[in-house]
Design a protein around this ligand. Sequence first.
Ligand code: C2O
Length: 436
Amino acid sequence: MTTKYAAAVQTMMGTKATDPLSWVWQWYTHWTPSPGKSAEILRLFGPSGNTLAQQMWNTCQPHGGGMNPDNFLPWHRMYVYFFERIVRKLTGDATWTLPYWDYTDPARQALPDAFYKPGGATNPLYRPNRNPGVNDGTAITVGNGGPGALNLNSMKQTNYSGATGFCNALDGGLHGNVHVFTGNTQGMGSVPTAAGDPVFWFHHCNIDRVWASWNKEGNKNPTDSTWQAQTFVFVDENGQRVVATIKDFLDIAPLGYTYKEFLSTPKSAPAAAAAVASAAGATAATLRVASVPQPVALTGKPVSLPLQQAPAAAAAGALASRSGQTYLRIGGLKADEQPGVAYNVFLDLPAGQPPTADSPHYVGTVNFFGVIAHTDGDSHGSHGAEGDTRLLNVTDTLAELARRNLLSDTPTVQIVPTGEPQAKANATLASVSLVG
Ligand code: C2O
């Protein structure tokens, strides 16, 4: 499948960008790199423009900013679905299907061989704009939070919608981490350039598999008819315009495909919920908050934020209970540009202990992939006044820390960059709380 894919990518890369079946057109459907959509349409089509490009390009949801986070999964399912049909036709093999990159398996966290062996222009799947080590076959988690940064904790969310739902948790967690761990800010690590890397599609096939698996476990997609009626424009394998409706992309069976293996929701240790409740002193509430009077700058240095017992008023506005799970909620994430690094998060890491992912205090990794707003040109700062939210499931970590007596009465949260962020990134966060 991958060999045939490489040949098809080569054909698409050799096809003129004005053809909807070209590599560039398909990439730009996700987002156009600098100098942006209008400039690229002018360059390729002249002043009369092109209606189809106008309708299709820059339509990725919700990474352009100001879009409904619930659109992430169906839009990318549509994108991958039509792309697969295009590649299938180019291979001439009616049985061809898009492979998925199974990085949630700790043994498969290196870029698949075909994408870097051989390197250079002779390999249509090779791209130079990947992070150091990635094109040498080093696991993408090395230096980026370790194998646990690619976990399936988002599947523990039983609601689909909103900032704290499964869709956004998967988008901002596993999905974004794979982007920024794999590519630099000229490649997979930034929205406008991400779909120019052929591994984008293997990544999104796997994200689609996570969604299908979550549904297979009995979790339900939104039923709101206004949401389901939203449409997006793509082209089929003949280059013909198609209008796809969300309601037709909520279930894979009618689309005629399935996965060889589905994933399961990770199970918390049975004792975890009880241990967490006693460690944190409450359930189904905002347990602790960090006081963050003004946005905290996430520079190249670690920051440490003390968590205080939440006042009763904060507890009242807490998240609905999620079957005994406890989360570290990091809110108000903003940045002017992709930092080019991720941030590892620790709970109550004692001073002097190394901030490494094998520490029992490690709770997850935060990325800024979807945080930057992209308009027509390049990045334009963060979208939305509130910024983005990340939910790190800390249920097991808390239970383990409590069991080993490693949790202090006044726990702190440490946020440690994986390297030096780009100078103009200006990454900040506005709130940190422990919620149950
Ligand atoms: Cu719209 Cu993985 O990106």
